[in-house]
Every structure is written in structure tokens, then in C-alpha cells.
Write a protein that binds this ligand. Structure first.
Ligand code: ADP
Ligand code: MG
Length: 348
């Protein structure tokens, strides 16, 4: 952790702003053919030829979006990139570049920023994107990171939130709810640590949940998968605020209703087990947890045979006419209205 007294602490003031930028960015190479000019001039230059360019940005603030007492800076850098790439993939586009802007107080030594950038650089390598610029400034209140992601797509491949039709099927990639539970486990351990700093937590059984919280992945693979299966989603969104709130976005934008089937929602076995331990309702966690960074999309019914055998994709419901409402069909076969809770605390 950053307060560890054994790690070297080089003051960033020693380097100066330009020294710091050079130091942090010296290892970024350019690999995308759409990048004409990256870091080092007044602006980057990109060339997307006949493709449409997609762009998205995200701002993360210490104490609001992350807590450095249990989030390692390397993971934070990685996750800050992932949350942006996920938005590009949700347009059915290919991510190609990011810019990274940071505001740091002198509480952070150079070594802390190196960790942050190690995470950013790892994500850039794994997802094959160029870091093409950013901004560096000081802060008096804590760490802030703003990442902008850029991507490209053929116009006919673009998928918006508003394209769902009345009888389309609702599909989700992967499983949901684990990232929220990972946060619950980390917060519980933080409290234990505050009471007894010598406690040695055994978090093995929660490793999937903690990984989903601290080191999420974005679904870069889904565009290629759907392409292979010859399925084009009619609408799509990524799951950042929770399944429930994203379903409501798709329905509202597309002017349709939905029947979401509780029994179909994909849950990892550790989610079910940990919900029991925390006496949380697993459906509530799946619906309102958030930060899953899975993709939620709709497809035409005729495409069902193409996706039904795929272990990465689960049909969780079907769209209806708008008047039928946005409904959750429970295991008891009752239909209740879905509520968007976003990040509000989950109540039983
Ligand atoms: P300017 O004064 O024109 O804003 P800067 O000196 O801030 O330029 O930046 C110099 C170069 O370094 C630019 O290419 C900029 O995009 C890049 N850059 C600045 N800060 C960062 C950062 N934190 N991460 C990545 N690139 C950065
Ligand atoms: Mg600048």
C-alpha cells in the first residue's frame, strides 16, 4: 500500500511537471494504424478513414469512486481503463486509443504514480490500445483520474441503446453481482483491519468476487463472438450501474417494456454462497450491484438458435410493448416492477 514505509518515496516535486510526464509516458508505444501522432505534441492526430469514430470519457475521484485503503494503485489504473473500454465495446466498436489525465497531491510519491501507470500500461497492452496523451496537474484534495477512450466502427455495425424491438430477446454476457459482493468483502475486511491491524484475512474463497471488483475485464470478445455467430444486436449497453438500471435505460430509450425472468439471471456459485453468508438476496445483488462491466443487449428472436448454446451468453428475458411495463417475473411467477437503484444501498 502507498503508506508502506519500506518502499522508496521519490517526491514528484523533484522531477517537475515535464519530468514527471516524460517519466510516466516514456514506455508507451504506438501500435494502432489509426494513430498518426501520439504523446509529445500539442494534440494527438488520428485517422479513421471511412470508419465512424466513437468517444467516451470517465472521471474517477478518490473517496467517491475508489478508496485507496484497499484498492492498490495498479488495479486502479487498470480498472480506470477498463470502465472506459467497456463503453466503447457497448457501441459494438473497437477501442483503439485512450488519453489519461491525472490530478495528484504531493502526498503521492513518484513510486505511487508508477504503480498507477503500470496498471494503465498493462490494460493498454492486453486490450491493444495506444495511450496518446493526457494532462497532469496537482490537487489538494486527493487523486483524480480522467480517461477518455476512442474507438472506431463501420457505420452499419454501430449499436445504440434505442434499437430494441417489442419481441426481441434480452441477453447478458457472463454473470452479474460478483463485483458488488467483492466490494462488500473488502469493506468488511477494512473494518476488521481497523480494529486489529495484525489480522491475517483468508480471502481465498472470495477470490473471484474480489477480482471482479478490483480487476474487472471489459467484454472486448463479444463483438467478435457475435460477428462469428452472425448476430447483430438491436440495442446494447454495458453494465456499470447494475442490471436493473441498464435494463430500464434500454427500455426507456427503445420505448418498449420487458419481462425479465429472475430464474434466468446468471450468478456465479460464489455469489450465491456469499449472499447467504451476508444474508443478502442474490437477485437484489444481481439487479442493483453494478460494476459488472458485462454487456447487456437485445437480439431478434430468429437469432436465438445461433446464441443458445453459447456459454458466454444467457437469455434473461424478452421485450414487450411499452404499456406492459418494465417487469421482473419472480420465481413465484409474480410480475413486479423493476426499480433503478443505481448505487443506492441494497435493502432487503
Ligand atoms: P500542454 O501544455 O500542451 O497541455 P503537456 O505538457 O501537458 O502539454 O503534455 C505534453 C504531452 O504529454 C502531450 O502529448 C500530452 O497529451 C501528454 N501528457 C500529459 N500528461 C499526461 C499523462 N498524465 N498521461 C499521458 N500523457 C500525458
Ligand atoms: Mg497539459
Amino acid at each position: 500500500m502507498i503508506e508502506d514505509k519500506n518502499t522508496p518515496r521519490t517526491s514528484i516535486a523533484e522531477l517537475g511537471e515535464f519530468g514527471l510526464i516524460d517519466h510516466l509516458t516514456k514506455n508507451f508505444n504506438i501500435s494502432q494504424e489509426t494513430t498518426i501522432k501520439g504523446i509529445g505534441d500539442d494534440a494527438a492526430v488520428l485517422d479513421f478513414k471511412d470508419k465512424k469514430c466513437v468517444i467516451t470519457t470517465d472521471l474517477l475521484i478518490e473517496g467517491i469512486h475508489f478508496d485507496l485503503s484497499y484498492v492498490p494503485l495498479k488495479h486502479l489504473g487498470y480498472k480506470a481503463v477498463i470502465v472506459n473500454l467497456s463503453d466503447i465495446y457497448a457501441m459494438n466498436a473497437t477501442a483503439s486509443q485512450i488519453t489519461v489525465s491525472i490530478a495528484v497531491s504531493n502526498r503521492f510519491p513518484l513510486e505511487a504514480l508508477e504503480e498507477l501507470y503500470a496498471g494503465i500500461s498493462t490494460a493498454a497492452k492486453i486490450y491493444d490500445i495506444d495511450v496518446i496523451g493526457g494532462d497532469t496537474t496537482s490537487s489538494t484534495t486527493g487523486l483524480m483520474i480522467s480517461i477518455t477512450a476512442i474507438g472506431y466502427v463501420d457505420e452499419e455495425e454501430l449499436v445504440y441503446r434505442d434499437g430494441a424491438g417489442e419481441s426481441d430477446l434480452l441477453v447478458v454476457s457472463g454473470d452479474v453481482g460478483a463485483a458488488y459482493l467483492g466490494l462488500q468483502v473488502l469493506e468488511r475486511e477494512k473494518k476488521v483491519y481497523e480494529v486489529n491491524p495484525n489480522s491475517q484475512p483468508d480471502l481465498d474463497q472470495y477470490s473471484y468476487l474480489i477480482e471482479r471488483q478490483l480487476k474487472p475485464e471489459a467484454r472486448k470478445d463479444i463483438k467478435a463472438l457475435l460477428h462469428t455467430l452472425e448476430v447483430k444486436p438491436t440495442s446494447m449497453i454495458d453494465i456499470s450501474d447494475g442490471l436493473s438500471s441498464e435494463i430500464i435505460h434500454l427500455c426507456t430509450r427503445s420505448k418498449v417494456g420487458v419481462n425479465l425472468y429472475e430464474e434466468k439471471i446468471p450468478l456465479d456459485p460464489t455469489v450465491i454462497a456469499t449472499c447467504e453468508e451476508f444474508t443478502l438476496n442474490s437477485t437484489t445483488v444481481a439487479l442493483n450491484g453494478g460494476e459488472d462491466y458485462e454487456l447487456l443487449f437485445t437480439i431478434k428472436q430468429k437469432d436465438f438458435p445461433k446464441i443458445k448454446a453459447n456459454p458466454n451468453l444467457t437469455v434473461i428475458g424478452h421485450m414487450t410493448d411499452e404499456k406492459s411495463g418494465i417487469g421482473l417475473v419472480t420465481r413465484a411467477n409474480e410480475k413486479i416492477e423493476l426499480q433503478a437503484q443505481g448505487w443506492n444501498p441494497i435493502k432487503e
